[in-house]
Design a protein around this ligand. Structure first.
Ligand code: TTP
Ligand code: MG
Length: 217
């Protein structure tokens, strides 16, 4: 299993859809964002998170963790090469950690969340074969997320995108505060500032690097 990581709006879903259309042997899985964007009682969990962050951060991060672990357990059984959008690791090291550092999750809530994370993840999940980090300038991911126009995300502040960008760099480039086992997982960093949705040459260059990485790790 290989994991495609990157900020909100960096282009992960766009890349997975394009590569799946061209490489039928490569199995891909999109992030289950629909579950969080489902509108029950008029508001989705994602919308609640962005409009009343302190109230909803722990609920959102815990539910997202549960969803990601459930998927990870299925993916790690697969014998095919799988390319998956986001993971329990970015959910934890980028999003939940950011919610804690930004004060959206209190010290007590963080302790509860960490207890659940450490017990479940260390006992059930195997680290992936590699991480593919689609790295973009936060101003670009902000613009792409706005262009995509997911209704629950209309209130995302630019500052949040900037923080999530820093958390991705901490996790995948600086490898800050992560376990040795995770540090040993190879990471390829792909600069995705240039538009690859419409520019064929840019897409081909990035897919060649990613396919080569998968072949050699
Ligand atoms: P997505 O592929 O939806 O971004 P993502 O999957 O990384 O985001 P999330 O973390 O929320 O899952 O791309 C966001 C938007 O940007 C989409 O409308 C397509 C547009 N886009 C471009 O215009 N040019 C590009 O080169 C890319 C990659 C995306
Ligand atoms: Mg996506």
């Amino acid at each position: 299993m290989y994991i495609l990581e990157g900020n909100i709006g960096s282009g992960k879903s766009t890349f997975l859809k394009k590569i799946a259309a061209e490489h039928s042997l490569l199995k891909t899985a999109l992030e289950p964002v629909n579950i969080w964007a489902d509108e029950d009682d008029g508001k989705s969990l994602l919308q609640n998170f962005y409009t009343d962050t302190k109230r909803w951060a722990l609920t959102f991060e815990t539910f997202a963790m549960q969803n990601r672990i459930q998927d990870h357990l299925i993916y790690q059984q697969s014998e095919q090469t799988l390319l998956v959008e986001r993971s329990i690791y970015s959910g934890h090291y980028c999003f939940a950690k950011n919610s804690h550092q930004s004060g959206f999750i209190s010290k007590l809530e963080w302790k509860i969340y960490l207890d659940i994370f450490n017990t479940l993840v260390s006992n059930t999940c195997r680290v992936p074969q590699g991480f593919i980090y689609l790295r973009v300038d936060p101003t670009i991911s902000y613009e792409r997320a706005r262009k995509r126009n997911r209704s629950a995300e209309s209130s995302i502040p630019y500052e949040y995108i900037e923080h999530i960008h820093e958390r991705h760099d901490d996790f995948l480039i600086k490898k800050l505060d992560i376990s040795q086992e995770l540090k040993n997982v190879p990471v390829i960093v792909i600069d995705c500032n240039d538009d690859f949705e419409t520019n064929r040459a840019v897409f081909e260059k990035m897919s060649a690097s990613i396919l080569q990485f998968i072949e050699h790790t």
